[in-house]
Design a protein around this ligand. Structure first.
Ligand SMILES: [Fe+2]
Ligand SMILES: [Fe+2]
Length: 293
C-alpha cells in the first residue's frame, strides 16, 4: 500500500507548478475560434514542458486506482486538519507558490477572481459567482503534502473500465485495476445508469471541495465544483452509461461553468482588495462562519 511518504520527490511533483496542468487543458480544449493544437505538437516528446505533463499523467493514471481513491476519501473526509473562516481558507490556498517556476503567475486567487468576475459580468446568479470564486479551493490538498497528481488532473471514474477518451489512456496499463476483473469491465462495480453520486472519481481537488461544501450551495453549484475536471464526461461524453436523469440535467451547469474556468484570463487583472467586501458578502450569505478542512 502506497502512502505519500512512499513517493519520491520527483513522483510527488512532476510539474513545475500545478498551473501547468490547467495550461495543458487549455491547449487541449482551445476557445472556439482559436486553432486547436495539432496532435503532433500535443504529443511533442522533444518539448520539455510536454514531457513533465506526460510524466504527470503517467503517475496519475498509474496510481489512481479504486483502492487508492477509497483510502484518500477515508483519510481526508474526516476534516481534522484545520478549521478556518472561508476567507482565511482562500488566503491559505494563496500561500501555495512554487519557487521552481518564478515566471508563472502563481497567485491562486487571481484565477478564482477572474473566473468569478467573468461569471458576474454575464449577469449570472450570485451563488454561481461564489462558485467561480471558490471552485479551486480544494487545491489546499497540495499544502497538506499531497502529490500533484492526487490534487489536479482530469478526473475519471475508478472501479470500472478506463475510457480511451481520457487523456493519455495508454498510461492506464500500469494501473493495477486495468488487469483486475472486478474493475476492468464497462460497468465494473457499478450498475447501468446508477447516477454519478454512486460512482467514485479519481481523487483530487474537485471531490474534496464538494465534500466540504455540500449542504451549503444549490445543487448546480455542487455539480460544478464536483465535476469541473471530469473532461472525459463533460467534453467527451465517455460515461453516459453511468449517468441518471438528474446528472444529465445538472451537467448543463457543468458545461456552462467550464468556459469561465478555461477562458476567463483577463487582460486587466481584478484587484482583490477592491472586491473583497463583495465576496465576503457572498460568503456570509451562503457559507458557514468557518469550514473544516
Ligand atoms: Fe479546478
Ligand atoms: Fe479552475
Amino acid at each position: 500500500m502506497q502512502n505519500a511518504a512512499a513517493f519520491s520527490k520527483e513522483e510527488m511533483n512532476p510539474l513545475q507548478s500545478i498551473e501547468q496542468w490547467d495550461e495543458d487543458v487549455l491547449d487541449r480544449y482551445p476557445e472556439a475560434g482559436e486553432p486547436a493544437k495539432a496532435k503532433e505538437s500535443f504529443r511533442n516528446y522533444d518539448n520539455p514542458g510536454r514531457d513533465t505533463v506526460r510524466e504527470f499523467y503517467r503517475l496519475n493514471h498509474t496510481y489512481q486506482s479504486y483502492d487508492f481513491v477509497l483510502r484518500k476519501e477515508k483519510e481526508f473526509l474526516q476534516f481534522n486538519r484545520k478549521e478556518l473562516r472561508v476567507w482565511e481558507a482562500m488566503e491559505f490556498l494563496n500561500t501555495l507558490v512554487d519557487d521552481s517556476d518564478p515566471d508563472t503567475d502563481l497567485d491562486q486567487l487571481q484565477h478564482l477572481l477572474q473566473t468569478a468576475e467573468a461569471i458576474r459580468a454575464d449577469g449570472h446568479p450570485d451563488w454561481f459567482v461564489l462558485t467561480g470564486f471558490i471552485h479551486d479551493m480544494g487545491k489546499v490538498l497540495c499544502l497538506f503534502g499531497e502529490p500533484q497528481w492526487a490534487v489536479v488532473g482530469d478526473t475519471f471514474p475508478v472501479g470500472c473500465k478506463f475510457s480511451d477518451k481520457i487523456v493519455y489512456p495508454e498510461f492506464f496499463k500500469d494501473n493495477p485495476d486495468a488487469s483486475d476483473e472486478r474493475y476492468n469491465s464497462k460497468f465494473g462495480v457499478y450498475q447501468p445508469g446508477c447516477g454519478l453520486r454512486n460512482v467514485h472519481l479519481s481523487w483530487g481537488h474537485d471531490e474534496y471541495l464538494y465534500q466540504v461544501m455540500k449542504g451549503y450551495l444549490p445543487d448546480p453549484a455542487l455539480y460544478m465544483i464536483r465535476y469541473h475536471s471530469f473532461y472525459s464526461q463533460h467534453r467527451e461524453h465517455a460515461y453516459d452509461h453511468l449517468m441518471d436523469d438528474h446528472d444529465r440535467e445538472m451537467f448543463t451547469w457543468v458545461d456552462k461553468f467550464n468556459p469561465y474556468d478555461l477562458y476567463s484570463k483577463s487582460p486587466k487583472p481584478p484587484v482583490l482588495k477592491e472586491l473583497k467586501p463583495y465576496y465576503e458578502g457572498l460568503i456570509s450569505k451562503y457559507l458557514p462562519e468557518t469550514i473544516r478542512l
